[in-house]
Design a protein around this ligand. Structure first.
Ligand SMILES: Cc1cc2nc3c(=O)[nH]c(=O)nc-3n(C[C@H](O)[C@H](O)[C@H](O)COP(=O)(O)O)c2cc1C
Length: 264
């Protein structure tokens, strides 16, 4: 049964959008007049105007149901800081509310199935072949996701191999037309910014479009970074603020895209 839902979509070959586009009409009148725009300040990435006002003006019919949010961890290391980063992001999502969170952790999910390097992608199983239950279950989880958050350490200025190994099993048929939030961390002072740049291209290729704001946590291993009791970052840190900015954007896009998918 799952096979029927598993067409292979390569880059830029996601399910056609024509139906959607035909039903929604974006008239020129919807765009803000240019003059008004020009007088507004220039917002850099992650510094967009608050979404609350906009969100309030749009009505998302499916907006009341919690978002199915999948948090994918990237570290496979035995002694990792990634567990704390993941727990923080999960707590943050719970704190914000409106999310049903599932964590995909290569070390623990599906009995560690994703700790092995990929031998065969899920989308390469033919209709007459049986895919491993771990892949079927994970595909179903990703298919039902409204939003995806990836939490990757920076490794050699790019994405952790554990995250890529897990995500590569699946194609845009499970990821496309959904937003993603990029969360990176590192030992260094840039908080995994270069990994974030790589993730932006990677997630875009999957059609899992990254929102502009990113969570970045430098010096993640430093004692005192996470509160010893709550596991949280101090609310006034740049990293904590970047988490809120990223998640606020993710939520808006997830609701909008869920409504659009339901419409298609
Ligand atoms: C193979 C490897 C490459 C790394 N490359 C970088 C890097 O390019 N930039 C950086 O800031 N930190 C780098 N680090 C440090 C990691 O970001 C840091 O150890 C982080 O805590 C790893 O995440 P984890 O503890 O969740 O596994 C690297 C670590 C490893 C193991």
């Amino acid at each position: 049964m799952a096979r029927a839902f598993r067409p292979i979509f390569s880059a830029g070959n996601a399910p056609p959008l024509r139906g959607l586009a035909a039903r929604r009409s974006f008239s020129a009148g919807d765009a803000p007049p240019l003059r008004a725009l020009a007088t507004r300040p220039i917002f850099s990435a992650g510094n967009a105007p608050p979404l609350r006002g906009l969100a309030a003006r749009r009505s998302f019919s499916a907006g009341d149901a919690p978002l199915n949010t999948v948090l994918i961890l990237g570290s496979t290391r035995a002694k990792r800081i990634g567990g704390k980063v993941g727990a923080y992001l999960e707590a943050k999502l719970e704190e914000r509310g409106g999310h049903a969170v599932t964590v995909l952790d290569p070390r623990t999910s599906q009995d560690g199935f994703f700790m092995r390097l990929m031998e065969k992608a899920y989308f390469h199983y033919r209709d007459d072949e049986v895919a491993p239950p771990a892949l079927e279950a994970t595909a179903a989880l990703l298919r039902s996701a409204d939003a995806i958050v990836v939490a990757s350490p920076e490794m050699n200025h790019t994405i952790s191999p554990g995250l890529v190994n897990l995500m590569n099993y699946f194609g845009s048929s499970v990821y496309a037309r959904k937003p993603s939030g990029i969360a990176t961390y590192s030992a260094g002072m840039w908080g995994g910014a270069r990994c974030g740049v790589a993730l932006r291209a990677y997630l875009s290729e999957l059609g899992c479009l990254p929102v502009s704001a990113t969570f970045q946590l430098p010096g993640a291993f430093r004692p005192g970074t996470f509160d010893e009791t709550t596991g949280m970052l101090a609310a006034d840190t740049a990293a904590a603020k970047s988490a809120d900015r990223m998640l606020e954007q993710l939520e808006w896009h997830a609701r909008a895209m869920r409504a659009a998918r339901a419409d298609a």
